[in-house]
Design a protein around this ligand. Structure first.
Ligand SMILES: [Ca+2]
Ligand SMILES: [Ca+2]
Ligand SMILES: [Ca+2]
Ligand SMILES: [Ca+2]
Length: 475
């Protein structure tokens, strides 16, 4: 091959190459179309949407980008991509989002979105289904507010649903105000009660106790249920309640109190309340730690033992206050014994008795001990009580000793008659026949002497039976 022929062939090759390149360049304008679409929203899992949904997508292109033929068709499917319903066709090139108004869906809808490019038929479907919910829970119309103890307020209502009365709501908005809440504006301006109550199943009763109120203030309440899409239900009714943290007063008085040997007590109960007002004022009693039972005055004490009386005042909010009294019924006398043998001893009146005793009682202390004299050891002590000893009937040369004691309930017990002793007295006070301070040997006093006891002076005076002093003989 000569050189000219060779150059010609080269020129042909270059020409063909240029033609191929030109064809390639021309065909390149045809190849520069959308090669891929990615639906970016809504595509995520567990989306629950309402109102206007901003559908968004990205594209990948081959060559110079979208062509003059590019446009997008948007559709949704309710059966996971089997059938498609057009939302919008011919969305122009350059567009990457579309605002889809879903308000026409009044039931909860599970959907997927598809975006398709018109000329290349590239398309993408959202990765996950999403929920469209434009139906709010129905309004709660049975909200009730009641005052409960400690200034708290209980709200009760019936749970409503996700979509009117279907499904379960997701949360509540609770508001309170000094004024009734009857409009959306009043609801918006009322104070929000901070809570995270989880709604019960639709139709179930709800009950919550709210705290943090000022004692004595009246509050109005309103509630809305909110569904999982954030749709707020209608406004509820607006009941009111008054906070009551003030305990009622309770005052129980009882007669006799503490200890008695009677078989009946009388009591009075006084109750009052500031705030919600008094609901009840009840007296109960238990016997020796048993169950409390209701009691009315006068109340019969059937047995010896401990009776606990309890007055309970309850206000209308349920605050309670109590007043208690204890009464011990004791009809058993104390047991007193003379421990020493007083035979032959001489008691100097005004001095201490030579009698040693022991006294015990079933419930309490022996509060009062007295000493008695008996003329006859066969006569029991209490038949001749010391205070009423009649000296005109007998001489007082010898006496038998006995003792008596009283318990706090007033029961008196007597010892056995024991021992013989003599009395020696110091003349004091009104005894003028003898010199004051003289000692009388009682053995020698004639039977005209009366022996009485002066409780206040803690001594014994000897006075003539005729109430004069001339017959007293002092030795
Ligand atoms: Ca709903
Ligand atoms: Ca829902
Ligand atoms: Ca109260
Ligand atoms: Ca007793």
């Amino acid at each position: 091959m000569n050189i000219k022929k060779s150059l010609f062939l080269n020129k042909i090759i270059v020409l063909i190459s240029m033609m191929v390149l030109m064809i390639g360049m021309m065909s390149g304008s045809v190849l520069a179309y959308v090669t891929g679409i990615t639906v970016t929203y809504p595509s995520q899992s567990e989306l629950i949407l309402n109102g206007d949904i901003d559908i968004q997508w990205d594209i990948t292109v081959d060559g110079g980008g979208e062509t003059q033929y590019t446009s997008y068709d948007i559709a949704y499917s309710l059966d996971n991509g089997i059938n498609w319903v057009s939302i919008e066709q011919g969305v122009p090139r350059g567009t990457r989002n579309y605002l889809w108004t879903t308000n026409s869906f009044h039931d909860t809808i599970i959907a997927k979105i598809r975006v398709r490019e018109f000329s290349s038929m590239s398309e993408d479907i959202s990765d996950n289904s999403f929920e469209i919910d434009n139906t709010a829970p129905s309004a709660i119309d049975d909200l009730a507010a009641t005052s409960v103890p400690n200034g708290e307020i209980k709200l009760e209502w019936t749970a409503t649903g996700d979509d009117d009365g279907v499904g379960d709501a997701t949360s509540y908005i609770i508001k309170y105000s000094d004024l009734e809440i009857t409009t959306q504006e009043e609801f918006d301006s009322a104070t929000t009660y901070s809570q995270s109550y989880i709604p019960s199943e639709v139709g179930n009763p709800e009950s919550e106790v709210l705290t943090g109120f000022s004692d004595g203030n009246t509050y109005y309440f309103a509630i809305k249920a909110v569904d999982n899409a954030g749709n707020q239900g209608g406004l509820s009714n607006s009941p009111d309640a008054t906070s009551d943290a003030t305990l009622p007063t309770a005052t129980l008085t009882i007669t006799p109190e503490d200890l008695t040997n009677l078989d009946e007590v009388i009591f009075t109960e006084l109750c009052s309340d500031d705030g919600s007002g008094l609901a009840s004022c009840i007296v109960e009693v238990n016997y020796d730690g048993g169950e409390y039972v209701s009691a009315t005055s006068p109340y019969t004490l059937t047995n010896d033992g401990t009776y606990n009386f309890r007055l309970t005042a309850t206000d209308n909010a349920g605050n309670t206050n109590t007043s208690t009294k204890q009464v011990v019924r004791d009809t058993e006398a104390p047991i007193i014994t003379i421990d020493n043998d007083v035979s032959g001893t001489i008691w100097t009146v005004g001095g201490s008795l030579p009698i040693a005793t022991t006294c015990t009682d079933n419930y309490e202390e022996c509060v009062e001990e007295k000493y008695y004299y008996s003329d006859d050891e066969t006569v029991i002590c209490f038949e001749i009580p010391y205070e009423s000893y009649d000296g005109t009937k007998t001489t007082i040369t010898k006496k038998y000793a006995c003792a008596a004691a009283k318990d706090e309930a007033g029961n008196i017990g007597y010892s056995d008659v024991k021992g013989i002793f003599r009395i020696s007295a110091t003349i004091q006070g009104a005894i003028t026949a003898a010199d004051s301070g003289d000692t009388i040997n009682v053995d020698a006093v004639t039977d005209t002497v009366d022996l009485i006891r002066d409780e206040t002076k803690t001594h014994i005076e000897l006075i003539a039976a005729d109430k004069k002093t001339t017959s007293i003989k002092v030795i």
